[in-house]
Each structure stands twice: as C-alpha cells, then as structure tokens.
Design a protein around this ligand. Structure first.
Ligand code: FE2
Length: 280
C-alpha cells in the first residue's frame, strides 16, 4: 500500500456534489482572495485530517477538502520522495482580477507561468510565479463549486452528521522558511494586496518573520527568515476547539507513527512471542 493510499485510509471517503451553481462572494476589497489550496508532497504520510470529501485519484493525485469548504478541493496530495509543498494558490474574485494581477506581476518584474485549466481537475487556469524567498504561488479564479460536505444549501444543519477523524473545518494557513523576506513582502503587499498582520524584528530592526493576511484571519501565509530558499514548514487546518486539537494529535500518533500506549508516548509493548508464551 502506497503512502497516498495510507493517507486515504485516514480520510472519510464519501463524496457529495450537490450541483449548486457557484456565485463567488464579493467583497469591498480591491483584490479578493478566497479559499487557498496547497499541495503538500507527502513523502511521509502527513495528517489524518478526515477531510470530508475527496474525488477519485487523478494523475496519482488525491483531492481533498474540509467539511465547511465550498469549492471542490483545498488540498491535493501527490506521492514524492521528500515531504514538501509544490505551491500554494489563492483564489481571486474573477477572471478580470486574475488578468489584472497577472499584468501587475509582470509589470513589477515577476516572471509568470501559465498553467492551463484542468491541469488540476475542475480548476480553471492558474498563473504561477515564484517569490524571492524561493516559494511558488499561484492565482486562479475558477474552481468547481460543490458546497459544504454533508449539508444542504437550503435550511442546513449547523454541521454535517457522520464526521469522523480530525473533523477539520477548513484549511487555514501555511508557514514557509526562506531568505529575502523584504522583497517577498513587497510582492504580497504592493502587488497582491495582502496586509502585514504581525512581524518579528531582530535587535537591528530587520524583519525576520512576517505574517500576511488578505482576509479576516490572523494570517493566511507567513514567512520566517532562513538561509535556504523554498523551505516548507507547515500547513494548518482549523479545528473547532482545543479538545479537537488534542484529538487530532492522538490521531496523528495513532496513524502516522509507531504504536504508542495512549497519550503517554510510551511505546507499546511488543506482542508476545506466540511460541514462548505457549499460545501455540
Ligand atoms: Fe501555523
């Protein structure tokens, strides 16, 4: 069984598409991003999210979403030798905004690459670029709307019944490590419309960590200074409570590491030798 298969075993497998036409939310901001998606390469089985919905495997990829997310997927996994992140993408308001942002990036001197529609299943065309920290990002305007998993679009219940595992509510943010934070900041803030939510300065006043937001969240993406380019630290998923975080930690230990005894972290005793124990 491959690592991707292993990950799939951890996820809730039911998929539901309700066929509701997608009308993207509009906001007052000049530039609006919606749910980002991220592709962690899972050289080691990552997180038993119990993401509620998945599509069939496509080109060795697995498409996943958390239950409250309305587009078809927010996370794509592919098999790889090393763990990491291929890119993080942000959804923009519409094609017009996508065209404008692409032009703004090019005018700023950023090299952009076109990724055709359907390169990711049910996703529109994407514009890819790499920031000075060495990380690849993408913008896109269209993705198939499938609605929240397990909830009707009319008179919905508060949450879907039958959730299992981590019960992740939604994707939240990514943290990347790399150099050239100031130049990376310029692109996110001056071109893409992000705001600086928090920062960490060293004694000389140089920014060594920057937390950037384009929404109501504390941050959507963060960078911490590191000499090596393009390092991926983590992707985060929002859970309902601290109890949910503890439960998620238990599931990670249960599914992704050696057997342990409950929450003590003590490795479970090996199974008794059936011959020496007299079992046979
Ligand atoms: Fe984080």
């Amino acid at each position: 069984m491959s690592i991707v298969d292993n990950v799939n075993e951890l996820f809730w497998k039911q998929s539901r598409v309700n066929g509701v036409t997608h009308h993207p939310a509009t906001r007052d901001a000049k530039i609006t991003f919606q749910v980002p998606h991220v592709i962690p390469t899972n050289g080691r089985a990552p997180i038993p999210l119990d993401i509620a919905c998945r599509s069939k495997r496509d080109q060795g990829r697995v498409y996943l979403k958390a239950w409250s997310e309305v587009d078809k997927f927010s996370v794509v996994l592919r098999e790889a030798d090393e763990p990491g992140c291929d890119f993080m993408a942000f959804k923009v308001l519409n094609e017009e905004v996508l065209v404008q942002l692409e032009k703004d990036l090019v005018d700023y001197g950023v090299e952009v690459e076109q990724v055709p529609a359907e390169e990711l299943k049910d996703c529109g065309r994407r514009v890819r670029f790499t920031v000075p920290s060495g990380h690849a990002f993408e913008l896109f305007a269209d993705k198939l709307y499938t609605g929240k998993w397990g909830l009707a679009s009319v008179n919905p219940e508060a949450w879907p019944r039958g959730l299992r595992g981590m019960k992740a509510v939604r994707f939240d943010h990514c943290l990347f490590y790399g150099p050239e934070l100031a130049a990376t900041y310029d692109i996110f803030v001056n071109i893409l419309g992000f705001d600086l939510a928090e920062q960490v300065l060293d004694p000389e006043g140089t920014r060594v960590a920057q937390f950037l937001t384009v929404s109501m969240k504390e941050h959507d993406v963060a960078f911490i200074h590191h000499e090596e380019k393009g390092k991926f630290h983590h992707a985060s998923f929002y859970l309902e409570s601290w109890e949910g975080v503890l439960r998620a930690a238990d599931l990670i230990r249960k599914c992704c590491s050696r057997p342990h005894s409950g929450r003590t972290g003590v490795p479970a005793a090996p199974a008794p030798d059936p011959v020496r124990s007299g079992a046979r």
